[in-house]
Write a protein that binds this ligand. Structure first.
Ligand SMILES: Cc1cc2nc3c(=O)[nH]c(=O)nc-3n(C[C@H](O)[C@H](O)[C@H](O)COP(=O)(O)OP(=O)(O)OC[C@H]3O[C@@H](n4cnc5c(N)ncnc54)[C@H](O)[C@@H]3O)c2cc1C
Length: 390
């Protein structure tokens, strides 16, 4: 390889970059903080859009393998009223390849393939412009210099401070994630209701969304507007204490206490919706943070950002797609850049293109979150009516 390149982070952005580089005959090493690929649960399902994530997989030569793994039927969407009435029921055609779903773990394994990933490499800091290039410092005390450092290290990027002072801020919406296993055998009524794709219920400032993954696994997201410290005083912040009979503070590590407080928060909703919470196995607290819409920076030679590190936005089906396409496009640009000056020009041009596209999606997803978790639940329905094919 002509250029010394560090890819920091082995998520969709970093792995797609590395995979496209590999295809162009320029293998690069991915430096990932997790100690092993299976160190954390991989997360839920992702829908990959034809003109974003799938385009990236095409550039990596992986589209056919993706199509063999993905679930077009996962595009089905059912919306219920809080009383259980089915308000909308969109089925998907088996040949519809617009946004098929794939489990995050399956996508990661597909991208990993032949790649060289160094696990357990925790980056703490990047210093651009040293005599020998951009310096990367690791938590174990090691340091190395590179011609180009690519920060694909997600929302809380340690690379980002080298080129931007932006930090994520809380959206006012929190998710609490739980899961159901073997749903078809253990909870057949719920399985039928969720169908092959997703099922959602929208109420006043809160929502419940269930998404089928492969192998009978279902991820459930309870979403609500709340202050960041909602769990420290349920009475004051959520008006829950009288209902739930809970102490003022909720220990987020206590799954049964979280379940009780969520059941109180969604009190009065139809039984099948509440069953998603009653049968959930573990509860993970995910307050939603975002970077400023249209986040850009003054170009710094030797360092750039991809994916959530560059443009963290509400999780409305765009983040991983953008991360992958950016990874693929940057790889193509870098692979076609023979000398150091060409490399910097290629990165600069790539950033302009990334900012324009991601800025548009950040606006769409920010407005979308406002409507999906809204004081007026008809807004959520109206949003789906606008975006779902009739
Ligand atoms: C509930 C939920 C549902 C979502 N659904 C969708 C969807 O359907 N479609 C979609 O397109 N997007 C979706 N998203 C968004 C999507 O998950 C992200 O946009 C996407 O994962 C971003 O990819 P990335 O590679 O930029 O960052 P990440 O996936 O965050 O990967 C970053 C990687 O960097 C590593 N890392 C972090 N810090 C360091 C460090 N200091 N040193 C070394 N390595 C480090 C991390 O361990 C990680 O492996 C969803 C998000 C959430 C929360």
């Amino acid at each position: 390889m002509r250029h010394r390149i560090a890819v920091i982070g082995g998520g969709p952005a970093g792995l797609t970059f590395a995979r496209v580089m590999h295809r162009h005959g320029h293998p690069v090493t991915v430096l990932e903080r997790d100690p092993a690929p299976d160190a954390r649960p991989p997360g839920g399902t992702l829908d990959l859009h034809e003109n974003l994530g799938q385009l990236a997989l095409g550039k990596a030569g992986l589209l056919a393998e993706f199509q063999a793994l993905s679930r077009p039927e996962g595009q089905a969407m059912r919306i219920l009223d809080v009383d259980g009435t089915v308000l909308r029921d969109w089925q998907s055609r088996p040949d519809d390849q617009a946004n098929p779903e794939i489990d995050r773990g399956q996508l990661r394994d597909l991208l990993l393939g032949p790649l060289d990933v160094q696990w357990g490499r925790d980056v703490t800091e990047v210093v651009p412009g040293t005599r020998d290039g951009a310096l990367v410092r690791f938590a174990d005390g090691r340091q190395e210099t590179f011609d180009l450092v690519i920060g694909a290290d997600g929302a809380w990027s340690r690379v980002r401070p080298a080129i931007s002072s932006a930090t994520p801020h809380y959206t006012g919406v929190t998710l609490v994630e739980t899961s159901l296993d073997d749903v078809d055998t253990r909870h057949p009524d719920l399985a039928r209701l969720i169908g092959d794709g997703s099922m959602a219920v929208y109420g006043v400032n809160r929502a419940l969304v269930a998404q089928r993954n492969s192998g009978g696994h279902v991820k459930v997201y309870a979403q609500f507007r709340a202050p960041l410290d909602w769990h420290t005083n349920l009475d004051r912040h959520m008006g829950l204490n009288r209902h739930a009979g809970l102490d003022a503070g909720l220990d987020l590590a206590d799954g049964e206490a979280v379940r009780s407080s969520l059941l109180a928060l969604f009190d009065g909703w139809a039984a099948p919706a509440l069953d998603l919470l009653r049968h959930g196995t573990a509860f993970v607290h995910r307050p939603l943070y975002v970077l400023p819409v249209s986040h850009t920076w003054a170009h710094v030679p030797g360092v750039t950002l991809l994916g959530d590190a560059a443009h963290l936005m509400p999780p409305l089906g765009a983040g991983a797609n953008l991360a992958m396409l950016e990874g693929a496009e940057l790889a193509e640009a870098v692979a076609a850049a023979p000398g150091p000056g060409d490399l910097d020009e290629a990165v600069r041009a790539f950033e302009e293109r990334m900012w324009a596209r991601a800025g548009g999606w950040a606006k769409i997803t920010t407005a979308g979150l406002e409507r999906l978790v809204s004081p007026d639940p008809t807004e959520a329905l109206a949003l789906f009516d606008e975006v779902q094919p009739s």
